[in-house]
Design a protein around this ligand. Structure first.
Ligand SMILES: [Cu+2]
Length: 297
């Protein structure tokens, strides 16, 4: 698909919008969630022009976070996002090219994934300003928590101007968006109208409610409008353990009943056995030492 097209292609064009030059109100303030909601919709629409009725999946990274070693999650297998270490060579985005070089990752070497506790903290708040920059305390700050995941994935994903060139961006942001929707659902049940919940104190001017969003003619305050989840899409529930089953409703998840926690399957560590005939092993080993020209002429 995309990897066979010539850059700049539609994916790159969309990815390029995620940049401080064009979207100053996308980060560092209460416009963050709304901006990314619109952005993710644009991406999903573009996907639907290729595959009718396709829906964007979300990556619930808190499930990976519950594993002893999240780097071994099936998320990083060829079935899903492809390998998480070094150049991406497996999965649907193998050899994906970006303006920042070949797609790379370096999962698990910096920061951390979001976990169930982070979600509980965020959901304990009532208003958007309590979970947004610049007013949120760190542990309720959804933008900050989401940054951790970007940096945890590493390489392209870890910087604003390059992150959207890793397709992991969109499944991560679909998840953040659905967490926000869960938050908004809770607001509705408490009699708060999320469609009018945009803070007065916004920090940077670029987050003022009537400032242009940098996506068409929308303004920052349009990001909290109810129209998106009323008319355009809705979020699936996050997976939970299903009674009398150990799959959490997905063949790629299992339930740890002692913790009542869904966990992604993990990848078997493939033993490093070189399938090289014995008479060539020598030579393979010598290659690494750059000694081949001397030894073999
Ligand atoms: Cu962003």
């Amino acid at each position: 698909m995309w990897r066979h097209s010539v850059p700049p292609n539609k994916y790159d064009a969309l990815a390029s919008l995620h940049h401080f030059n064009t979207a100053e109100g996308a980060h560092g303030g209460p416009g963050f969630l709304g901006w990314h909601r619109v952005y993710v919709i644009l991406f999903e629409n573009a996907l639907r022009q290729e595959v009718a009725n396709v829906t964007l999946p979300f990556w619930d990274s808190t499930l990976d976070a519950a594993l002893p070693d999240p780097r071994r999650s099936i998320t990083w297998s060829p079935l899903f996002l492809g390998n998480g270490q070094g150049r991406v060579r497996t999965g649907p985005f193998a050899n994906f090219n970006t303006p920042f070089g070949q797609l790379r990752r370096n999962i698990g070497s910096d920061r951390r994934l979001m976990n169930a506790n982070d979600i509980r903290n965020v959901m304990s708040r009532r208003w958007l300003w309590e979970i947004s920059n610049p007013s949120a305390a760190d542990r309720y700050n959804l933008e900050l928590l989401h940054n951790h995941v970007h940096v945890w994935v590493g390489e392209q994903m870890s910087r604003i101007e390059s992150s959207s060139y890793d397709p992991a961006f969109f499944v991560h942001h679909a998840f953040v968006d659905c967490l926000w929707e869960e938050f908004r659902q809770q607001q509705r049940s408490r009699g708060i109208n999320p469609g009018r919940d945009y803070p007065r104190i916004v920090g940077e001017n670029t987050h003022q409610p009537l400032v242009n969003m940098g996506l068409g003619r929308l303004m920052m305050i349009d990001g909290v409008n109810e129209i998106y989840t009323r008319r355009i899409y809705r979020c699936d529930r996050r997976p939970t353990c299903v009674q009398n089953s150990n799959t959490c409703g997905s063949p790629y998840l299992r339930c740890d009943w002692t913790r009542r926690q869904c966990l992604p399957l993990i990848m078997r560590v493939r033993p490093i056995v070189q399938r090289v005939p014995w008479w060539r092993r020598w030579r393979t080993a010598s290659n690494d030492l750059n000694s081949v020209p001397i030894m073999f002429g």
